[in-house]
Design a protein around this ligand. Sequence first.
Ligand code: ZN
Ligand code: FE
Length: 262
Amino acid sequence: MTPTIEIVPLLVDNYGYLIVDEATGTTGFVDPGEAGPAAERIRARGGRLDWILLTHHHGDHVAGTTELVRAFGARVAGAAADAARLPALDRALAEGEVWDFGRLRVRTLATPGHTRHHVAFLVEDPDRPAAPDLFCGDTLFVMGCGRLFEGDAETMWRSLAELAALPGETRIWCGHEYTLANARFALSVDPDNAALRARLAEVERLRAEGRPTVPSTIAAERLTNPFLRVEDPAIRRRLGLESAPAAEVFAALRKAKDTFRG
Ligand code: ZN
Ligand code: FE
């Protein structure tokens, strides 16, 4: 039995996620940037909330925490290293730590770059070890990546490379709906990528219908996300960085994205 995952749109373009281990009823909510819509969804499922999982300290990911703790008695889990900036933690997670979530396992991956102590949660179902669910906050987005607020390009590149090495079937649930803008930038640096063109068309259709573009998969990102394609010869040629180290190509892409007006 795979976990049930519900996408909960929050604020302007944030996504929170309700995770339910159907075997035990254990329920978690990732990144409650506001409480109202999260609480509504939790009540609709019977009012159980065991855990709040926080990827990083930014307000648009944590602001609903206190209210959800009060309403449902949930406990809070986040990076031990960032405990001073996060809401009060009941479970302070170390890098690489694995904890039991009902019959699921949650692995904490350190993914610094957007913030110094950003983490991603890899939720593994023991029956489907090759197809876990990744909650990656503002590190990896569909066809994009987070801004470098507290890390340099090298640091972010290492975080992304680690995520890119996860199984191809890993589903990606990221912190924002930025996909359309990301896809347009991606096409500007990778215009001959047929998979990317096809995906942009699909994403335009989904957004026109008001539907989310998550989840993606690691396999799809490897094919279409320029930030995971820094070894691609065509992208490198376009940037004039044919033989540069991967982190340097990544830095050039991130810089180009920061000033891109599609
Ligand atoms: Zn953020
Ligand atoms: Fe954010």
